[in-house]
Write a protein that binds this ligand. Structure first.
Ligand code: AMP
Ligand code: ZN
Length: 467
C-alpha cells in the first residue's frame, strides 16, 4: 500500500515493522463537548484506513485515547482546562462530563459505521504510566522542574521540528494573543509534562507524584497510552492535521527521548473540514454535530458518503448545498443497489478484476472517491448478474461501510414514501417546471411538504430533507 507520510512529506510504500501486522494509534476525542462533524471527518477517514488495512490482509491493533484530563483551552500550556470549563457549564463532575461525552462520541461513531478501536483508554486510567515515563525523562536529563511544573527540554534534542521546517518565529508557543508567556520555560517550545502549579487552582482531578500533587500535560498521555498497548514501536499514528504541531511533534520528542530510538514510521493526517468561516472547531461554539445534521434531514450515512467522496489530504468545504448534493447522490446510489436482483451467476474472473481495482485505488494513498466510483462502475457492468454485483458491493462495503445493502428501516420518517418514490416526485416536478406547468410543480412540492419532506433546489438539481 502507498500512503502519504507527513514525516517524509512523500507518498511511500507502507511497510510495517512486523510483516502482516499493523500497530495503529489514533488520537482520540477531548470529551468536554459533542464531537463536531469536522472531528468526525478525521475519525471516518481513519476508519477507512483501518478497514483497508484489514481488507488487505493485515492483522491490525488499533489504540485510541480519550482525553479526559490535561487539555487546555489553548494549545499553549496555559489557559483554562476545557474539561473543568465544561463541567462547570453543565453542572456535572469532570468524570460525569467525560462519561457523558465519551458515550455520545461512540454513539456518533456507531451511527457512522465507524468501528470501535481494539483498545480505548481514558487518560485518567494511566496516571502511573505517565509518572513512570516523566520520571525517566527527568533521570535522563530531558526534563526539568521549574516553578512547580515539570517541563520537557526541547533544546536537548538534535531535531525537534521533525514534521516541517518551521520557522522559529512562527512557533510562538505560549506567547499567543491573550496568553501569557510562561517564564518558567527555558526554551519557548518546551512543554509541560506534569503540572502542580496551574493557573486554575480548583483543578478537579489531581494525583500524587514525585513532584507534588498535580496532573499530567496533554501530550504525554498519547505517548504513554501508545507504548502501554503497542510496545516500543508504532507503525502508524493518526490524527487531524492540527495535531502535527505541537501535539505530535511533542509526542515524538518525549517518546524518542524516553525510548532512545525512532518510535513511529508513518504519520497519517486528515485535512480539516472547513466552513465558509474557516475551520470548524470545538472551542469556537458554532459547530455542527451529527444530531444537528439529522435535524436538517441528513443521515449519518449521507455524511459518510459526503466525506468519502473527497480525498483525506484535501480540505473539505462544508455547506448545506454540498451536503445536500452528496445526500441526493447517496440516496440514488442506494436505491440502485437495493433494486439489484438477487439472481444470476457469479463471474469470478470479472469480479476479481473489480476487487483488484478496488484494492488498487485504496492502496494508492486511500483514494476513497475512486473507490466510490467503482461502485457505480459495478452497477453499470453489463457482464455481471445482480447477484454478482451484490456480492461485489458487499465486499467493497467491508471498507466503505456506507450501508448500501442495508434495508431502509425508517420508511415512516419519510412520510411513508421510499427514497425511490420521492425521487420520482422530484423528477415529475422538474418535468412540470420545464413545461412551465408551475401549478403542477407547486402541487408536488406541497404534497411532499405535507408528508414532512422539504425540497431544496440547488444548482445541481433538487434534493430534499425530512423532518
Ligand atoms: P479534539 O477532540 O478537539 O481533540 O479533536 C479530535 C480530532 O479531530 C483530532 O484528531 C483533531 O485533529 C481533529 N479535528 C479537529 N478539528 C477538525 C476539523 N475541522 N476537521 C477535521 N478534523 C478536525
Ligand atoms: Zn494524541
Amino acid at each position: 500500500m502507498k500512503l502519504y507520510n507527513t514525516l517524509t512529506r512523500t507518498v511511500e510504500e507502507f511497510v510495517p515493522n512486523e510483516a502482516g501486522k499493523v500497530k495503529m494509534y489514533t488520537c482520540g476525542p477531548t470529551v468536554y463537548n459533542f464531537a463536531h462533524i469536522g472531528n468526525l471527518r478525521t475519525y471516518l477517514m481513519e476508519d477507512v484506513l483501518e478497514k483497508y488495512f484489514r481488507y488487505a490482509g493485515y492483522d491490525v491493533t488499533r489504540v485510541m485515547n480519550i482525553t479526559d484530563i490535561g487539555h487546555l483551552s489553548s494549545d499553549a500550556d496555559s489557559g483554562e482546562d476545557k474539561m473543568l470549563l465544561g463541567a462547570k457549564r453543565e453542572h456535572k463532575t469532570v468524570l460525569e462530563l467525560a462519561k457523558f461525552y465519551t458515550d455520545a462520541f461512540f454513539e456518533d461513531c456507531a451511527a457512522l459505521n465507524i468501528k470501535k478501536p481494539d483498545v480505548v483508554q481514558p487518560a485518567t486510567g494511566c496516571v502511573d504510566d505517565f509518572i513512570k515515563v516523566i520520571s525517566s525523562l527527568m533521570e535522563k536529563g530531558y526534563a526539568y522542574f521549574a516553578g512547580g511544573n515539570v517541563y520537557f527540554d526541547t533544546s536537548k534534542l538534535k531535531d525537534y521540528h521533525v514534521f516541517f521546517n518551521f520557522k522559529e518565529e512562527d512557533l510562538e508557543v505560549g506567547v499567543r494573543e491573550g496568553v501569557d508567556e510562561d517564564s518558567n520555560k527555558r526554551n519557548k517550545n518546551d512543554f509541560v509534562l506534569w503540572f502542580t502549579k496551574s493557573k486554575f487552582e480548583d483543578q478537579a482531578l489531581k494525583w500524587d507524584s514525585p513532584w507534588g500533587v498535580g496532573y499530567p500535560g496533554w501530550h504525554i498521555e498519547c505517548s504513554c497510552i501508545a507504548m502501554k498497548y503497542l510496545g516500543e514501536y508504532v507503525d502508524i499514528h493518526c490524527g487531524g492535521i492540527d495535531n502535527v504541531f505541537p501535539h505530535h511533534t511533542n509526542e515524538i520528542a518525549q517518546s524518542e527521548a524516553y525510548l532512545g530510538h525512532k518510535w513511529c514510521n508513518y504519520w497519517f493526517h486528515v485535512l480539516h473540514l472547513n466552513t465558509s468561516g474557516g475551520k470548524m472547531s470545538k472551542s469556537s461554539g458554532g459547530f455542527l454535530t451529527l444530531k444537528k445534521l439529522a435535524e436538517s434531514g441528513y443521515s449519518p450515512m449521507e455524511y459518510r458518503f459526503f466525506c468519502l467522496q473527497s480525498h483525506y489530504r484535501k480540505s473539505l468545504v462544508y455547506s448545506e448545498e454540498n451536503l445536500a448534493n452528496a445526500a441526493t447522490a447517496y440516496r440514488k446510489l442506494k436505491a440502485k443497489v437495493q433494486a439489484l436482483s438477487e439472481e444470476g451467476e457469479e463471474n469470478a474472473e470479472l469480479m476479481n478484476e473489480y476487487k483488484n481495482k478496488f484494492s488498487d485505488v485504496l492502496g494508492n494513498d486511500l483514494n476513497t472517491s475512486l473507490a466510490v466510483t467503482l461502485v457505480y462502475d459495478v452497477l453499470k457492468e453489463k457482464n455481471l448478474s445482480g447477484k454478482a454485483k451484490r456480492a461485489l458491493i458487499a465486499d467493497f462495503e467491508k471498507v466503505l461501510s456506507l450501508g448500501l445493502l442495508e434495508k431502509e428501516e425508517k420508511q415512516e420518517a419519510k412520510g411513508g414514501l421510499s427514497a425511490e418514490e420521492i425521487e420520482k416526485y422530484i423528477a415529475d416536478r422538474a418535468a412540470a417546471k420545464k413545461a412551465k406547468n408551475y401549478a403542477e410543480a407547486d402541487r408536488i412540492r406541497n404534497l411532499l411538504a405535507e408528508k414532512g419532506i422539504t425540497l431544496i433546489d440547488t444548482k445541481e438539481g433538487t434534493t430534499y430533507k425530512t423532518e
